[in-house]
Ligand binder design. Structure first.
Ligand SMILES: Nc1ncnc2c1ncn2[C@@H]1O[C@H](COP(=O)(O)OP(=O)(O)OP(=O)(O)O)[C@@H](O)[C@H]1O
Ligand SMILES: [Mg+2]
Length: 313
């Protein structure tokens, strides 16, 4: 019995050890198979990503080349645009120069003829010629300013002056325009002792533009009010009218050159100008480090134009 026991124990121990060995080997095999398939899977995904990256790199390269070609074309058209713009400016100043001289002589001779003893009819014709040459003269003056602005040559002759003086000097002429149209021009008090370091002629041009516009776009029997106020370091000029008003989408656009409001129905009023006055006024005000703008509650409800200039010392 003892001998049997002695034999069984080692044999079962041997069997147990062999069992463990087999289990360990099987589990090792399974583990390595699992690891390998995971590795393969990751490799496959990496491979896919690499392929996509290569594809994207190719596309990027192609886009870059397209962009380079486009920017080359743009540079060329920019050059061409610059050349055409130069040509346009030269043409403009040439026309302006060549029209101004004969215009002055047409006006001069017409005035001379008016002084002679001519009939009523002829006088009326001559008056018509003079007023038409004046209108053309104003266009030429605006085009000259425009050509100078475009060439960066619109110079401001700055000097210290009493701001209200500028307005006082030109208001009588503006009142005549208002009277002719049947518009009531009301001028509120000036703040005295406001000195401005600026170009008096150019600033009066701005003021004149705003008041003449207000008169032009206000029907007879209605009112245009002019007022001035001191606002911190600025003097503010306001021109308020009770005229045809401006559509909200156009209160900025009307400051662009040659722009005339499209929502305003009165074509006859449009024909009385070229859409240049406000763009020139804006350039002059900006050259004085000031600002200009317009507000209107809407079409038919009047508008207020303003410009402000820093007060000088
Ligand atoms: N007071 C105003 N009320 C309503 N619309 C105005 C007024 N002032 C200007 N506008 C609008 O702005 C446009 C541009 O004005 P701007 O003074 O530049 O040109 P214009 O008066 O038409 O012509 P120009 O001044 O060259 O003789 C006008 O055509 C008009 O449509
Ligand atoms: Mg105008």
């Amino acid at each position: 019995m003892d001998i049997l026991l002695i034999m069984i124990v080692p044999v079962s121990l041997l069997l147990l050890g062999a069992g463990f060995l087999v289990v360990a080997q099987v589990s090792g095999f399974m583990q390595s198979t699992f690891f390998n398939s995971r590795q393969n899977f990751s490799n496959m995904i990496i491979q896919q990503y690499m392929e996509r990256i290569t594809l994207a790199q190719g596309q990027l390269y192609q886009r870059k080349q397209e962009l380079e070609a486009m920017s080359g074309k743009l540079a060329l058209s920019n050059q061409e645009l610059g050349r055409l713009n130069d040509m346009k400016s030269k043409f403009l100043s040439m026309v302006v120069h060549d029209v101004r001289t004969p215009l002055a002589s047409i006006r001069g001779f017409s005035e001379l003829l008016m002084k002679k003893k001519v009939g009523e009819k002829e006088t009326a014709y001559l008056k018509n010629i003079v007023s038409s040459t004046d209108q053309l003269g104003r266009l030429i003056a605006d085009l000259t300013d425009l050509a100078m602005i475009e060439a960066g040559k619109l110079k401001m002759e700055k000097a210290l002056f009493e701001f209200p003086d500028m307005a006082r000097d030109i208001l009588p002429g503006l009142s005549i325009n208002a009277q002719k149209k049947g518009v009531d021009l009301v001028v509120h008090d000036f703040p005295d002792g406001v000195l401005v370091n600026g170009d008096k002629f150019r600033l009066s041009q701005v003021f004149m533009n705003l008041v003449n516009n207000a008169i032009k776009f206000t029907p007879a029997g209605k009112k245009v009010e002019v007022s001035f106020r001191r606002e911190g370091k600025y003097v503010d000029t306001l021109v308020k009218d009770s005229g045809i008003g401006i559509h909200p989408s156009e209160t900025r656009k009307i400051f662009e050159k040659f722009y005339q409001a499209k929502y305003q129905k009165d074509a006859a009023l449009r024909k009385q100008g070229w859409g240049l006055g406000l763009s020139i006024a804006q350039e002059v005000v900006r050259a004085h480090k000031g600002d200009i703008g317009a507000q209107s509650p809407g079409l038919g409800k009047g508008s207020t134009f303003w410009f402000k200039i820093p007060v000088g010392t």
